[in-house]
Design a protein around this ligand. Structure first.
Ligand code: HEC
Ligand code: HEC
Ligand code: HEC
Ligand code: HEC
Ligand code: HEC
Length: 300
């Protein structure tokens, strides 16, 4: 009888403890298709058509395929990992979520955390086979920025909630799945972009230097009096969610290219050197280049 009582108390305790878990644990995706479904943004198109079209042009919408160099770059990384003695990778299918998170997908596909190792292996094999249809299924989309990456101060503000999109105000939201709208101070700050446009990553077993732009923004642009955010230059002043892509052959905005550099050339011809009078007259060319971007260019 005493044993039964203890058992009852134990069962009661475990029920009440599980009731404390604030968010139900979301099941991890087991296939690339499941991961794509978990981050499905087809509903957003109905009401945010213009933003959706802009985003589709952006390189973020193809973050596993990226610039003409991205697929080759990641295929090269996979070859390296196979050749490295301590990587734990003997063939592409050994690549786990942990491998991807440590290296490339921290930025190229942060939602890999919500998938199983089977998905990690499936994507690695898609790279090896150059299967771009599979690589195109997942990307940096509305929900990656407006949910997963939308809260940087999580000890203060908590983790992003499943049913919420984060933007610049609080309220209700008309989407069937994402019913709440919450203000996040991250969204309008440069750190939003800096989460991925940063580097080198030297705090991990596979050091990566892919993008270093945020450091240049913090250490060169701001101290020299720059006062704009990434969003102001890249979203508000020019092409919204298309976020001009310098390396993309399909989409680049001439207005943005024009804003990058001022080049002044002052050329004078016919100087004769007094020291070396036998030389033909030389030209004197003074070129002044001013970088108007908020960081070094090119990056990477
Ligand atoms: C049925 C229409 C509808 C759908 C579907 C919808 N939205 Fe919205 N969304 C709105 C409206 C309307 C507002 C403006 C709400 C307001 O101003 O109070 C809004 C606001 C937002 C904002 C906040 C903008 C700000 O001011 O900061 C974000 C972010 C957003 N939506 C993202 C999304 C994403 C991501 C999806 C897809 C998962 C989506 N929306 C689907 C109608 C919709
Ligand atoms: C810290 C975030 C981050 C990590 C980690 C990262 N990347 Fe990138 N990657 C970027 C960003 C941001 C760009 C766009 C660069 C730019 O234009 O500034 C990019 C661009 C690229 C490009 C295109 C470069 C070009 O000149 O066209 C390749 C290739 C690439 N990444 C491969 C990789 C590989 C391989 C890994 C893993 C070994 C990796 N990346 C890890 C953020 C990252
Ligand atoms: C790379 C990150 C990123 C992606 C991807 C992204 N957004 Fe945004 N979005 C932002 C940021 C940052 C802002 C806030 C800009 C500001 O106000 O400074 C914003 C602003 C907005 C706004 C409010 C301002 C406006 O222009 O009306 C809406 C609505 C919105 N996004 C919807 C979407 C939808 C829908 C998608 C997918 C089609 C999407 N976003 C994809 C980063 C992103
Ligand atoms: C989740 C990570 C992530 C976030 C957040 C993010 N980016 Fe990116 N961005 C990338 C990656 C990865 C690429 C490059 C893909 C490639 O070339 O392979 C990229 C590419 C770009 C490019 C094109 C670069 C080129 O060389 O063509 C621009 C511009 C850009 N991002 C601006 C922004 C801005 C502005 C923000 C903030 C509003 C932002 N990004 C937020 C990961 C991110
Ligand atoms: C003062 C305006 C300004 C600010 C602030 C700014 N950018 Fe840029 N950025 C530009 C211009 C102009 C270019 C075009 C450069 C070119 O054509 O080579 C550019 C280019 C880029 C590129 C492509 C560069 C390359 O060489 O691959 C990326 C990625 C990018 N910016 C991201 C960011 C991010 C992230 C931030 C914030 C940390 C930011 N930018 C802040 C103006 C700005």
């Amino acid at each position: 009888m005493r044993f039964l009582k203890l058992f009852v108390v134990f069962v009661f305790m475990s029920i009440s403890l599980s009731a404390f878990a604030s968010q139900p644990e979301v099941k991890k995706a087991k296939t690339v298709d499941e991961l794509a479904a978990m981050y499905d943004v087809s509903s957003c198109k109905q009401c945010h058509a213009k933003i959706f079209e802009e985003w589709e042009k952006s390189i973020h919408s193809r973050s596993l395929i990226g610039s003409p160099r991205t697929v080759g770059g990641i295929q090269g990384a996979i070859k390296n990992w196979i050749s490295f003695k301590h990587s734990g990778v003997k063939e592409a299918k050994d690549i786990t979520v942990d491998h991807w998170k440590t290296a490339c997908f921290k930025c190229h596909l942060p939602q890999i955390e919500d998938a199983t190792d089977e998905v990690a292996a499936q994507i690695a094999e898609a790279y090896v086979k150059n299967d771009r249809a599979t690589l195109a299924k997942v990307n940096i989309n509305c929900l990656v920025c407006h949910n997963k990456m939308a809260v940087t101060h999580q000890w203060r503000d908590g983790k992003p909630e499943r049913d919420t999109v984060y933007g610049t105000k609080d309220g209700t939201h008309m989407d069937k799945m994402y019913k709440n709208l919450k203000k996040s101070s991250t969204m309008t700050a440069s750190v939003m972009c800096g989460q991925c446009h940063q580097g080198p990553l030297i705090d991990r077993p596979a050091t990566t230097q892919c993008s270093t732009l945020f450091g240049s923004y913090l250490n060169a642009y701001l101290p020299n009096g720059g006062n704009k955010t990434c969003q102001e230059c890249h979203m508000k002043e020019v092409d919204g969610h298309a976020m001009f892509s310098f390396r993309d052959r399909n989409y680049s905005d001439p207005a943005m290219v024009k804003r990058a550099l001022d080049v002044e050339v002052d050329a004078k011809k016919g100087y004769k050197s007094i020291e070396l009078p036998n030389l033909p007259p030389a030209a004197k060319v003074i070129v002044k280049i001013t970088n108007n971007a908020g960081h070094r260019i090119p990056d990477g």
